[in-house]
Ligand binder design. Structure first.
Ligand code: SAH
Length: 235
């Protein structure tokens, strides 16, 4: 990746490769990168405000925009006459299950959650297996995987949609690419990934505190083409 970027302290990097090399250039550094990413979130409350970095007011507009986007995709690609039901989704970096609870479980018959921070995942499990959610036999959370994306391989052909929101910035470019290549086999024929992310105006911004990067739209598109994926729809 040849675009330059900055970090949260204003330091400039000439290229992303320079930054990746410095941050994750050997096995030890890479282990530290991922450990610090998870440690950051381990220190965060298992609440909507916690997983949204203090911006809980973003929850409602976020869900409503995602709802609009997902509805279009579902009608174009997954209507009952086109696609065998039940529909199954995977919520990646699910945190406390905010996206599953407010969005995915309304549309998908089964949702699996993947989240490396156990107190988040346990909060998700508690919400999604009790109260009203426990009675919804046709729309339910099924598997709760306490694993980071870079170590996850899905079951072959299980998912219609793999939803990845506000967590892919924790992955290095190499792990981003290998994740998507591995996860592809987890999609049913005609299935797709939905990636929802903040974007940088250009290049990237490294967050020194939570060990993640924000990539530009172009950066994402370059990575997708290196994954052998094409963009079906963007918003
Ligand atoms: N997607 C959720 C949570 C966003 S907060 C939502 O929108 O509500 C970012 C989440 O990414 C946290 O739950 C954090 O634990 C998770 N995360 C951090 N590193 C990760 C990794 N390597 N793989 C998967 N998830 C990760």
């Amino acid at each position: 990746m040849d675009a330059g970027g900055t970090d949260s302290n204003g330091r400039e990097y000439k290229t992303a490769d320079e930054m990746w090399n410095e941050q994750t250039g050997d096995v030890n550094k890479k282990t530290v990168w991922y450990r610090q990413g998870v440690s950051y979130w381990e220190g965060v409350n298992a609440t909507v405000d916690g997983v949204l970095g203090g911006f809980s007011h973003v929850n409602e507009p976020d869900i409503s925009c995602s709802d609009d986007f997902l509805k279009i995709i579902l009608s174009e690609r997954f209507s009952a006459d086109v696609k065998p039901q039940p529909l199954v989704a995977l919520d990646c970096g699910s945190g406390i299950g905010r996206v599953t609870k407010n969005l995915l479980i309304r549309y998908f018959n089964e949702v699996d959650l993947l989240e490396p921070v156990s107190h988040f995942l346990e909060a998700a499990r508690e919400t999604l297996t009790s109260g009203d959610y426990a009675n919804l036999d046709t729309h339910k959370a099924v598997n709760f995987y306490c694993v980071p994306l870079q170590d996850f391989t899905p079951d072959i052909g299980r998912y219609d949609v793999i939803w990845i929101q506000w967590c892919i910035g924790h992955l290095t470019d190499d792990d981003f690419i290998t994740f998507f290549k591995r996860a592809k086999v987890g999609l049913k024929p005609g299935g797709l990934f939905v990636l929802k992310e903040n974007i940088a105006r250009s290049g990237f911004v490294l967050d020194n505190e939570d060990r993640s990067i924000t990539r530009s739209d172009k950066y994402f598109r370059d990575l997708f083409s290196r994954c052998g994926l094409h963009v079906y729809k963007a918003k």
